[in-house]
Design a protein around this ligand. Structure first.
Ligand code: NAD
Ligand code: TYD
Length: 338
């Protein structure tokens, strides 16, 4: 199998590369990653040793037509898995431009280069956020209308629609997967779980938006990786598959669970100004993926959180080392506004 993975130096991409190389032997992977603030080659140091000459890293953007075309032909790529994206809602509120360049234009470029080359399957990694927000009841299905509320989710929904058009117009073999909130090793400490861990371990206040009542469905990243692998082997072109963790929690429940794990007081919680356009609740109906792909999340939230926090505790140097000047400056400005 010759696979192009994009965004493989990020959180889910790097976990997926470890998953792939642990599972398959006859594998050759090119990892194309621009190495933005969120991409970190340190995530992959063990993988490079394990995969040897069956793995190639190339620094570049999915929006670069010449580079992508060269890669597809030089390595005779058969499959593409597109993780590359700007992925943080708060950053998209601050500056939507790179979200459109990468998530929309980049995805379209990747599709077009792949269509011209001809490949066996393109897996586009999307999110539950494209469906918008739920009230207290109900779940998103693959037929829920797209109603994104942030520049991030709007850019992901746009990319999903371009993928759909490539299937309908060109019969291009694209499969879209939409997953709920991931957590696990190597997640950049701007997202709720690693951010809370980092701040709590330094006894710093933990910013909880609004009243902390918003609900997310959390999935351990390895369960998501298994779903993507199933979509790669069994997913039907033109289809969308939802993945979820069956673990709905309020943000306050998540933050308190992390504080309890670390033996830190709940008084570290600091309620701050709410996120503009903050989606209230996400919940996934993934019965289609269960039926057609055999997908189920294997870990409960409590099991996954314990694994994750244990990993962060044992890898404090990782979390410290990726806090570059650019990230700290962004966070300083962000918190100053709240
Ligand atoms: P991440 O921000 O940790 O990693 C993104 C990676 O993409 C980084 O390595 C970055 O350097 C790379 N990248 C950014 N722009 C690029 C470009 N123009 N060309 C090539 N590489 C580029 O993100 P993540 O959390 O690992 O998310 C991966 C994918 O999964 C995204 O498409 C995201 O929308 C989707 N997703 C994430 C979650 C979640 O909870 N994290 C949930 C559902 C779906
Ligand atoms: P986040 O991890 O940014 O993921 P997403 O916005 O894609 O769901 O946020 C998860 C939830 O946690 C979301 O409801 C916003 C909230 N949140 C906070 O309350 N404080 C924070 O510092 C962050 C980063 C998020």
């Amino acid at each position: 199998m010759k696979i192009l993975v994009t965004g493989g130096a990020g959180f889910i991409g790097s976990n997926f590369l470890y998953y792939l190389f642990a599972k398959y032997e006859n594998l050759f992977v090119v990892n194309l990653d621009k190495l933005t603030y969120a991409g970190n080659l340190k995530n992959l140091s063990e993988l490079e040793k394990k995969a040897g000459k069956n793995y190639v890293f190339i620094r570049g953007g999915i929006e670069e037509e010449k580079l992508v075309t060269e890669i597809l032909h030089k390595y005779d790529i058969e499959y593409i898995i597109n993780f590359a994206a700007e992925s943080h809602v708060d950053r998209s509120i601050d500056n939507p431009y790179p979200f459109i360049t990468t998530n929309v234009l980049g995805t379209q470029n990747l599709l077009e280069c792949a269509r011209k080359k001809g490949i066996k399957k393109f897996i586009h990694i999307s999110t539950d956020e494209v469906y918008g927000s739920l009230g207290k009841e109900g779940k998103f299905t693959e037929n829920t209308p797209l109603a994104p509320n942030s520049p991030y989710s709007a850019s992901k929904a746009s990319a999903d629609l371009i993928c759909r058009s490539y299937y309908k117009t060109y019969n291009f073999p694209v499969v879209i997967t939409r997953c709920s909130n991931n957590y696990g090793p190597y997640q950049f400490p701007e997202k709720l779980i690693p951010l809370t861990f980092l701040k709590a371990s330094k006894n710093e206040p933990i910013p909880v938006y609004g009243k902390g009542e918003n609900i997310r469905d959390w999935i351990f990243v390895e369960d998501h990786c298994r779903g993507i692998d199933l979509a790669l082997s069994k997913g039907k072109p033109g289809k969308v598959y939802n993945f979820g963790g069956q673990a709905e929690k309020t943000n306050l429940e998540v933050v308190k669970a992390i504080l309890d794990f670390l033996g830190k007081p709940h008084t570290l919680i600091k309620f701050v100004q709410d996120r503009p356009g903050h989606d209230f609740r996400y919940a996934m109906d993934f019965s289609l993926a269960s039926k057609e792909l055999g997908f189920y999340p294997s870990l409960t939230f409590e099991q996954g959180l314990e694994k994750t926090l244990t990993w962060y505790t044992q890898n404090l140097s990782w979390i410290e080392s990726i806090l570059s000047g650019e990230y700290l400056e962004f966070m300083r400005k962000w918190y100053a506004k709240r």
